[in-house]
Design a protein around this ligand. Sequence first.
Ligand SMILES: [Zn+2]
Length: 204
Amino acid sequence: MPTSQPDNKRAAIGRLRPLGAGLLIAALATVVVGALYVRLGPAWPYRLLPLVPRGIVVHHSATDTDIGLGADAAFLDRVHSDRGWGLRYGQQVYHIGYHYVILPNGTVQPGRPEWMPGAHTTSYNHYLGICLIGDFSDRGAQTQHPTDAQLDALVNLTVKQMRRHSIPLSRLLRHCDLGATECPGAGVPWEQVLRRVQAGIDHS
Ligand SMILES: [Zn+2]
């Protein structure tokens, strides 16, 4: 017996129903993601699920001495802007790849917010990036060193962040430990930094 007309129609509707539901879900998802994008910018997933830093990477700005003294977070933001590193949040675009910048006088300046992934070390941008202003590359007898105030600030900031995010000493690293670079340079007394950070953690 041939299938009656209404049965055919019912079968066709039955086949279309999952397609309609799929389209509806896709449309809703587009609206939700679009609204989040408009409200929070392209970094919106990190606003919902903020980055939990798994470690810390220390850098230097490699700015020569003349500029070095004037370089700060705003200067690095401009430099990184030229390289096209940027992440928008609200009205502000963060170009600076580091989360913190430490000036020679020991001032700690905020870079990009901690909840944003960094743009400082390939494959390690889920680590916090701290940049010491100066050029501590190996130049033999001419090698420059961070100031005492800069080292004190680095140790204090590092201890604070390691306690806050439960970061072990084994994940406090230099850029050169993770890639083919001499950053932050031989002029940074790394053994001393590690010793002081360990002591800071033990006593805080
Ligand atoms: Zn570096």
